[in-house]
Design a protein around this ligand. Sequence first.
Ligand code: TXA
Ligand code: MG
Length: 340
Amino acid sequence: MITKRLETGADNYRKSVKTAAEILKAGGTVAIPTETVYGLAASALDENAVKKIFEAKGRPQDNPLIVHIADISELDGVAREIPEAAYTAAERFWPGPLTMILRRGGKIPACVSAGLDTVAVRMPSDSTARDIIRESGLPLAAPSANTSGKPSPTSARYVLDDLDGKIDAVVIGGECSVGVESTVITLCTDPPRILRPGAVTPEQLKTVFPDIKVDKAVLSEPTKGAKVASPGMKYKHYAPKTETYLVEGTTEKFTEFVNSKQNAAAICFSEDSGRIKVKKLCYGTAEDESTLAHEVFSALREADGLGVSEIYVHAPSKTGVGLAVYNRLIRAAAFRVIKL
Ligand code: TXA
Ligand code: MG
């Protein structure tokens, strides 16, 4: 199949939104920009369309998808038995990078949720994503638009690297502003739990859910065969082909450590940069974790191009959006953490 490129400059924006919506209404697949990462969208009401998402990504059948809506009025039917707190959280954090897990509504076929009785729902803030949802008139099922296991794509170029020829179209927006996927919380447990950290931080969530807990799978390796709350957490994720390690320590210790390695590269902070003598990719400043979130996936994607045998990533703090960055990196490193 030939993957259509839909440009979003001032001249072709409306036409591209219309074309994307038509493909989606006809049961096709379209990669769309969102503020977090690009998503691979299809109609959440169409089992056959949803199947195409799993096929294009090579996604395990037991990993459920997120349903994207553009207006709060669409929540009813997508979910059922919606608690009042969900509306309070929606008011506070939607549109934006928060996904809520609720009871699955009658409209949504079981395959979207990989057979679970729950459904993940999010309202993106990216205006192109919202225009496409509105124009299609559909709730859109959309996982990240990468091949399963690879870092999520933060630009259309990375989507095409993985999925060119496997999907009907890609909407070419800019780089994603956040850079890591949405925060996923479940309201189907008491107390509610954070299953995947993102740009909406635990501190912010506590203003709506005072008793919310961070699920233990966020920072620890799942034990084989154990039941996990969020199926996506158990898979190998985000990993470069090159052996990758996450390294905790000060600039002095980190730079000294990587400089002592043969045939290694560093994914580092701008603060480290001047002292590093091996190949390196800087992914932002330790002073502001949102810069790290913005660059972490492109750094992981570019890392294999460095042609080294080992990659050492300087670990961010686990506060604010740093927790989300740490959560992705610990998976990219297959839970190999070096504490200096
Ligand atoms: O920012 C995002 O969330 C992006 C953009 C495109 O919206 N989407 C995204 O989707 O990251 P995906 O499929 O790559 O990640 C969804 C995560 C997976 O870990 C999945 O297991 C979990 O959410 N999930 C989805 N539905 C669930 C459910 N009903 N119960 C538990 N976990 C669920
Ligand atoms: Mg994903």
